[in-house]
Design a protein. Structure first.
Lengths: 99, 978
């Protein structure tokens, strides 16, 4: 499996640490309702198809990356920096294109 | 028997080798199989279940019968295909699965008992009595079954793994593969051409046909010479591509030193490659299949293509009088080649009534082979035609049931192939593995001219995908005759078993029985009968077995479908896949700068994560670790001790928002920490449980140094980066691990300051370095950082110097400590010192404890948000029902106990329903002259003074303990401040 780090380019997946669903990057406000915190901490989809998850380029540049991939075909559809998710952030970068 | 003037072996280079202890001679270029066949050896092994005599059936890695053990002792390798093993001077090979000898095998009695050993035999037979399975049946079956055995000894040989990258990976070097590689290479693409054989050329080496007006092998040599001279081409012989994986990654096994006499010890035997290719072309050719006819497994019965390969490539006639049995035109090619080489062809039996009329050999059209004879090798076949039965004396029968594309790799990502009626075989569908295209025989294209054209076309398409301009490459002239086939799988006349899977001894009867017992799905049939498992992986037998199952279940072959193809395509030794991971290579080893100095003092090392840390420093006369540990503890309590603490994670955090950032990741506040001071901090996970703890020093307004526990250093780094990048990417803060940049030593004890002062130009000023102070100093000319912190409860410092000065400083510190009555101390003493003080480690913050549980709820600031704060306020994470950190003192001080013991009310029964908590850390305290423990106890803080029962069912402990404050020693903390 190959993952395109937006900073380093396409790399072997052994360079990355897998975390889990990208929902985890969307932290609720401190004052959010318990239900919002419960959903944030515990509730995850398990799709057959497209999913977004978090990978950390631990053996590379230390970037946290949001990877959109297909759990059925294993195709990596796009990747972008977690830091770029916010408003005005860069668009997802297509697989295979080096930064 | 060698045929003069035939073959590509080097007749000038004789090579001596041994098989089953006897000397044989072959030529350079021979495989073990070709050399033995040349010498007339037909019997090479015994079958898996029935111990049937078996000989060579194929000329490639798909060989199911001729499996041998090569080498001796720990270096021996079982189940080597004789068809792939090149001979070399001194090669020592042995047959397998026979006792006492290959010619007389005691276990051949199994063959007589074969009516009892049908599919599902074990499931049906060894049902009762139940207890006999593990003790009697399974051991007995394991002894009787199987092929070669491992030596059971440690393998000392070198293996390697490696990565390679290319634009185009071409798998297979027959006409299609060579043409594809040439087309891509001339266009300038980076090409890897991988071939599992020792010599490139594929089927061109085994046929007599011409390519470009010259012998096929000569054309191949010219192409290879051109490719070999190009810098953008890597030719990899003896390299089997074993699997196709996600993202254009392929596994490949290279046999590096397995064909060499006296290979250097450091030369790997095999190398496991991971090849990352932007595009790939599968030109792996095809496997010829057998026909299931009665007693079709005797030595001397081979595939027709193999008989031709032995003749044309190795100059070996597989028999003196050969018959051919087939259902297609290709079988006739074998007859023609044999006749032209002067080998007697007794007859060609073609199941088709309209078989092409031959020249120079006898054709029995519309005939079938219905039986064979010959105990240790084929002697006679029985042929049935519409006009009657005939017996023909032969010592070799060449069988051709058609060719199956070797499409395995194309199916490795779960793609299902399509049925092609014209060749009666499955062919790959486009796109089954992204970026991989099959061509030539692997795609079902069975003529040389078409294979050449397809190879070029596939390479041009790949070049176009890669954005590389193709250059014109001429196609050489080649044979383009179509081949006709009549699908024919099984002879139903005649008596005796008809084998499908030779390696697993699966017959047509087994498959029919499976269908009859309702194992009608192909996957169920496979598992019930073992058809296509283990060495075969469906290469020889899959399609024929499917056809028999389809017939038995009244379905067509396409509806019956294939089993799932999975990597690896050929067996891969674990040693190659795990190369470098044996023994000390299993995990990286991290050494501190004081490692050598500690080892010189005889300190045993214990692992902390990947680090190696000294356990204790034994002195002459000390016979147990406890003696050393107790002495080291007392040295710290009474004079001074020195300990390497460099393994703690150190994270340098800088930026205008560094303070704000630390306030977010820690429960307590760091923005209020003055420069030059250190504060203890507690970090939570987002779910409210404790992640880690440690001290953070403020080195400047925008500059902090955070320490983590040794084991959690990587985890905390990852966490900090996540919080920054996900939650506050616009904050001005950057962090980097400096763990290995600084060597850091704890100097602890009443004489700690004296020791330091003895090394400094000016004595330390308590004003500049109060308790929890930090700053820069110079020690013996080296700039250092000094932190006045203590993990022992004594007055103490930690001093950090650039790592290159670590060893020298450690030696100096220890020598000075010893001259003052102190000592170096190791992990054992460090642990005792911290338990006496009730300091926690990951034994306590083990992922299930909250700040409340460890009594640090006051550290969760009410004034600000922090990671984990919201979740830590959930009901259930605090309160009397929680197990809380307490100290334990046994009522009888000399009674020791272990971590993991459980706590119960004094008079309660020791069962889980009554569980009150558990012990996390224990020690003997030489300071307090008693055993001590840290534990989590329900509502523990309210129960100080109570007596509880401590039970350890595993170690047989059952004692009473007093619940006390976890800070056993100096609870006011005066010693550390003093």
């Amino acid at each position: 499996m190959r993952i395109t780090c937006p900073l380093c380019g396409e790399r072997d997946r052994r360079e990355f640490y897998y975390y889990g669903d990208a929902v985890y990057a969307d932290r609720p406000a401190e004052s959010a309702a318990p239900e919002a915190w419960d959903a944030y901490l515990h509730l995850r989809d398990n799709p057959a198809g497209e999913t977004r998850d978090l990978w950390y380029h631990e053996m590379g540049c230390s970037a946290w990356i949001e990877v959109t991939r297909n759990t059925v075909t294993h195709a990596i559809l796009s990747t972008r920096l977690v830091a770029d998710r916010g408003e005005g952030g860069q668009k997802p970068r297509a697989k295979g294109k080096k930064a | 028997m060698r045929i003069a003037g035939r073959g590509l072996v080097d007749r000038g280079a004789s090579v001596g080798f041994r098989f089953d202890g006897r000397e044989h001679v072959g030529f350079a270029g021979d495989t073990l199989a070709s050399a033995l066949l040349a010498g007339g050896t037909r019997l090479l092994g015994r079958s898996f279940k029935y111990h049937r005599p078996r000989g060579v059936m194929t000329a490639g890695s798909e060989e199911p019968n001729a499996l041998v053990t090569v080498g001796q002792g720990a270096a021996s390798i079982p189940n080597v295909r004789a068809t792939m093993q090149e001979i070399f001077p001194g090669l020592d090979a042995k047959s397998q699965n026979r006792w006492p000898s290959l010619g007389f095998d005691a276990m051949q009695v199994n063959d007589l008992l074969s009516p009892f050993f049908s599919a599902g035999f074990y499931y049906k037979t060894f049902m009762w009595p139940r207890a006999f399975w593990e003790r009697l049946y399974e051991p007995a079956i394991r002894r009787a079954a199987g092929l070669g055995a491992l030596s059971g000894k440690h393998n000392e040989d070198a293996y390697e793994k490696a990565f390679a990258f290319c634009d185009l990976l071409v798998i297979g070097s027959g006409p299609a593969g060579l043409m594809a590689a040439l087309t891509a290479a001339r266009a300038g693409a980076d090409v890897i051409l991988a071939e599992e054989d020792a010599r490139m050329g594929g089927r061109l080496l085994a046929e007599t046909e011409e390519v470009g007006g010259k012998p096929g092998h000569a054309w191949a040599s010219e192409v290879l010479a051109e490719l070999g001279a190009m810098a953008n081409v890597r030719l990899m012989t003896r390299t089997t591509v074993t699997g196709a994986y996600d993202g254009g990654t392929f596994g490949a096994l290279e046999r590096v030193g397995l064909h060499l006499a006296n290979a250097p010890a450091d030369l790997p035997r095999e190398c496991f490659w991971r090849i990352v290719a932007r595009r790939a072309i599968l030109a792996s050719g095809a496997h010829e299949r057998q026909i299931a006819f009665p007693m079709n497994d005797r030595p001397g019965i081979m595939t027709a293509g193999a008989v031709r390969a032995y003749l044309n490539r190795w100059g070996v006639a597989a028999g003196r009088r050969v018959a051919i049995f087939g259902n297609n035109d290709d079988a006739h090619r074998t007859a023609r080649d044999l006749v032209s080489a002067g080998v007697e062809v007794a007859a060609l039996i073609d199941v088709r009534d309209d078989a092409p009329q031959p020249a120079g050999y006898r054709l029995i059209a519309g005939g079938q082979v219905t039986g064979t004879r010959g105990r240790l090798g084929l002697r006679e076949i029985t042929v049935a035609t519409s006009s009657g039965e005939e017996r023909i004396e032969v010592d070799c029968l060449a069988v051709s049931g058609g060719w199956n594309p070797a499409l395995h790799l194309a199916c490795h990502m779960n793609g299902r192939p399509a049925w092609d009626e014209t060749i009666a075989a499955f062919v790959p569908k486009p796109g089954m593995v992204p970026g991989l295209t099959a061509c030539g025989a692997a795609a079902g294209t069975m003529t040389t001219a078409a294979a050449l054209a397809e190879g070029r076309r596939a390479a041009e398409a790949a070049l176009s995908d890669l954005g590389v301009a193709a250059k014109a490459v001429d196609l050489p002239q080649a044979e383009n005759g179509g081949t006709r086939i009549r699908a024919f799988w099984e002879v139903t006349e005649g008596k005796g078993r008809a084998w499908l899977d030779f390696a697993n001894d699966v017959t047509t009867k087994d498959v029919r029985l499976a269908a009859q017992e309702n194992y009608r799905s192909v996957e169920h049939m496979k598992r019930y009968t073992t058809q296509g498992m283990a060495p075969d992986q469906g290469k020889n037998s899959n399609i024929a077995a499917l056809a028999v199952l389809a017939d038995a279940t009244g379905r067509g072959i396409p509806e019956t479908g294939t089993t799932t193809f999975r990597p690896p395509y050929v067996p891969v030794s674990i040693a190659a896949m795990g190369a470098g991971g044996q023994g000390a290579g299993f995990a990286p080893q991290r050494y501190t700068t004081s490692h050598a100095a500690s080892a010189e003092r005889g300190a045993p090392m214990i692992e902390a994560g990947l680090w190696y840390r000294p356990s204790y420093f034994p002195r002459p006369g000390e016979t147990t670790w406890r003696e050393a540990c107790d002495r080291e503890v007392m040295a710290v309590r009474q004079s001074v001790g020195v300990c390497d603490v460099s393994t703690l994670g150190k994270i340098d955090i800088q930026g205008k928002d560094a303070a704000r950032f630390l306030d977010l990741v820690y429960t307590n506040t760091f923005s209020s920490l003055p420069v030059g001071r250190v504060r203890y901090g507690l970090m939570l996970r987002e779910d409210g449980l404790v992640l880690d703890d440690g001290t953070t020093a403020r080195l400047g307004d925008d500059h902090y140094l955070t320490t983590t526990t040794t084991a959690a250093a990587g985890l905390v780094m990852r966490h900090l980066e996540f919080v920054h990048q996900a939650h506050c990417p616009d904050w001005d803060v950057r962090m980097i691990s400096v763990t290995e940049h600084w060597a850091q030593f704890a100097i602890a004890g009443p004489k700690a300051r004296d020791l330091l002062n003895s090394m400094l130009l000016a004595p330390l000023d308590d004003g500049a370095f109060p308790f929890m102070g930090c700053g820069e100093i110079e020690i013996r000319g080296v700039p250092a950082r000094l932190f006045r912190i203590s993990f022992s409860g004594e007055a103490g410092y930690e001093i950090a110097v650039p790592a290159r000065f670590g060893e020298g400083l450690f030696r100096d510190l220890v020598a000075r400590a010893e001259s003052m009555g102190g000592a170096a101390y190791g992990m054992e003493a460090l642990n005792v010192l911290r338990i006496e003080k009730g300091f926690i480690t990951h034994a306590e913050i083990h992922g299930r404890t909250t700040a409340f549980d460890i009594g640090l709820q006051g550290m969760v600031s009410k004034k600000k948000d922090c990671i984990g704060k919201a979740a830590s306020e959930r009901p259930g994470l605090s309160g009397a029902q929680r197990e809380q950190l307490v100290g334990l003192r046994p009522v009888q001080p000399a009674k020791g106990f272990g971590a993991g013991s459980h706590l119960f009310n004094k008079d309660a029964k020791a069962v889980s329903a009554n569980d009150q908590g558990y012990v996390t850390s224990v020690c003997w305290s030489p300071t307090l002259k008693t055993h001590l423990g840290l534990a989590f106890l329900k509502d523990g803080r309210a129960r100080h003074g109570e007596t509880v029962r401590l039970v350890d069912h595993l170690r047989g402990t059952d004692i009473l303990c007093e619940v006390v404050n976890p800070v056993f020693f100096d609870p006011e903390g005066g010693r550390a401040r003093g």
